[in-house]
Write a protein that binds this ligand. Structure first.
Ligand code: FES
Length: 566
């Protein structure tokens, strides 16, 4: 098998000429023959002026290069798409699969013997791993790390749970316009990913659970010197991996995915973790079902006390020992013999851990925050293929609830009417939003965190049952049912709900039902018309996306990219 500069030669019909030409061009950059004879560690560059979460990527790249060279390899950096949550129209989810395709094809096209995937902002790491799994060369993940906490009027702040909380206070007239502007400048006080247990933190922790990243790499804050040292160590390991792996297909066993779900449940992680892990698994021979998430959740307690379901921030989780320390509490439910990117097993990788006296962020197994995992999967006539609720961040009083549906036809309809003083709504109603799924919006926006109607917010109402086929930011909280599958734009039952219908939620029984008889639902289904294809989806990537995106229970990957046809 060829490696280094001899790998994947461009086709000119004469391989020796292809190599000759390649070397002639690359020598324009000043490389010596010694450098060009080394195995090559590829390093993805997802730095972008539009991605502040990745602001430390240039420094990390330098350290990865140092590590790779110390171990005798030649590091080479290549760019890929970068996606930031706030700078992705219409949504970052819409672009995730494009980034996965970009990453996969660049890894395949370039002569790299191993690859370091530097990512972090929500969709980036899942996209990179999806691509690397399909390309299947030795790959190691390096998260950019979480941002530091901010401070405002004696309070600790973290993006973006506190962005939402403070915005809610502002909407309820409990914070002035002047104060909200000051807080705006303090919510993200450094580069790095959101500092709570949002999607980025969830994914980084699941990467340690999967065995694709070095132990401790999820939680070191982005600006810390240890983050740079972690990058150097990752570069070194990537250089070793050029000589025989392991490859993603060696690491991503069924046990590895189950370990990642254990982590997701134990940290009270983001609901987006379900979608992304399903998409990654869908690229392997080990696809996941929603039932597996629920089943593992029933035997995995929530042990990590972080916002939005708890009190602390990623910085504090790191100080408490991070993932290796958390895993000590979960040894009985983890498959410790799962293979690890370090070369041995997960059990070997977490032998070294820090026990911090007096820490209160990682709870002991015998005193969990919640006996069951953070996420539950619901089924019922409203969600035949499933829906997800973050029970760890929901209001206990609403976990069993029956109420009258108040229906919004789309995100735009909801935005237009939610604060209308004449909206017929009470706190015991169930807010329903549809046409916000993978196809419907398009791109399954994080709009499932429907705001409390202003007239109720001003009365101090902080939570209501809200249901949709949308997603929700991992930094959000509330009694919110998401990812209803199939989505309404694909003809799912959510499309048939009318204002005034009654809806019953029973999280303990894992049920979400529309209390309308079957004959009436059948009649409504015959009258239903699919929403028209928007102009933007008549061509290009939007057309590809619309025609091939799968439903949320399958991870929203494109059907032609998944490894296993269902
Ligand atoms: Fe990048 Fe939250 S916006 S991780």
């Amino acid at each position: 098998m060829t490696s280094g500069m001899r790998k994947g030669l461009t086709s000119y019909g004469d391989s020796e000429f292809s190599l000759f030409l390649r070397k002639a061009f690359i020598k324009a950059m000043g490389y010596s023959d010694d450098a060009l004879d080394r195995p090559i560690v590829g390093i993805t560059n997802t730095y972008s002026d539009f991605n502040p979460c990745h602001g430390n990527v240039p420094q990390l790249i330098e350290a990865v290069k140092r590590g790779a060279m110390l171990a005798g390899a030649m590091p080479m950096v290549f760019p890929t798409i970068s996606i930031h949550e706030s700078f992705a129209y219409p949504t970052s989810m819409f672009l995730r699969n494009l980034m996965a395709m970009d990453t996969e094809e660049m890894i395949r096209a370039l002569p790299v013997d191993s690859v370091v995937l530097i990512g972090g902002c929500d969709k980036t790491t899942p996209a990179q791993v999806m691509g690397a799994v399909s390309a299947d060369i030795p790959a190691i993940v390096l998260p950019v790390g979480p941002m530091l906490v901010g401070h405002f009027k004696g309070e600790v702040l973290g993006a973006c749970t506190d962005c939402r909380r403070l915005w809610g206070e502002f909407r309820g007239n409990r914070i002035s316009g002047e104060d909200i502007e000051v807080a705006n400048a303090r919510l993200a006080p450094s580069v790095g990913t959101c500092g709570v247990m949002g999607t980025a933190s969830t994914i980084a922790i699941m990467m340690e659970g999967l065995g694709l990243a070095l132990p401790g790499s999820a939680s070191i804050p982005a600006p810390h010197a240890d983050r740079i040292r972690m990058a150097e160590a990752t570069g070194k390991r990537a250089a070793e991996m050029t000589k025989g792996g392991p490859k993603p297909s060696d690491i991503l066993t069924r046990d590895a995915f189950r370990n990642a779900i254990v982590m997701l449940q134990a940290i009270g992680g983001s609901t987006n973790g379900v979608v992304h892990l399903s998409a990654m698994a869908g690229r392997t021979k080990n696809p996941l079902t929603l039932e597996e998430f629920d089943e593992i959740g029933k035997t995995t307690p929530v042990l990590v006390d972080l916002k939005p379901s708890g009190d602390h921030y990623m910085e504090h989780f790191h100080q408490a020992g991070g993932v290796p320390r958390l895993m000590q509490e979960l040894k009985d439910v983890l498959a410790l013999d799962a293979p690890h990117v370090m070369g041995g097993t997960l059990g070997d990788a977490i032998k070294v851990f820090e026990d911090v006296p007096g820490q209160t962020v990682i709870k002991p197994r015998n005193a969990p925050l919640k006996k069951e995992g953070g996420l539950a999967v619901l089924h019922g006539n409203l969600a035949p293929r499933g829906a997800v609720i973050k029970q760890a961040a929901a209001s206990p009083r609403l976990m069993q609830h029956e109420g009258r549906a108040v229906v919004f036809d789309s995100v735009e309809d909801m935005t237009r009417r939610i604060d209308d003083p004449n909206l017929d709504v009470t706190e015991s109603d169930v807010l329903v939003m549809r046409n916000a799924g993978p196809i419907g919006a398009p791109g399954m926006p994080e709009a499932g965190y429907l705001p409390i109607p202003k007239k109720l917010a001003q009365k101090g109402i902080k939570d209501m049952v809200r249901i949709s086929d949308a997603r929700m930011s991992g930094t959000a909280f509330g009694t919110i049912v998401l990812h209803i599958s199939p989505e309404s734009a694909a003809g799912g039952p959510l499309a048939l709900v009318k204002t005034g219908d009654r809806i019953r939620l029973d999280v303990a029984a894992r049920k979400i039902d529309l209390l309308v008889d079957d004959a009436e639902l059948k009649k409504r289904a015959t009258e239903w018309k699919a929403p028209p294809v928007p102009d933007v989806a008549q061509r290009g990537y939007a057309k590809l996306y619309r025609e091939h995106v799968q439903q949320a229970d399958e991870g929203c990957d494109f059907d032609f990219l998944a490894a296993v046809k269902k």
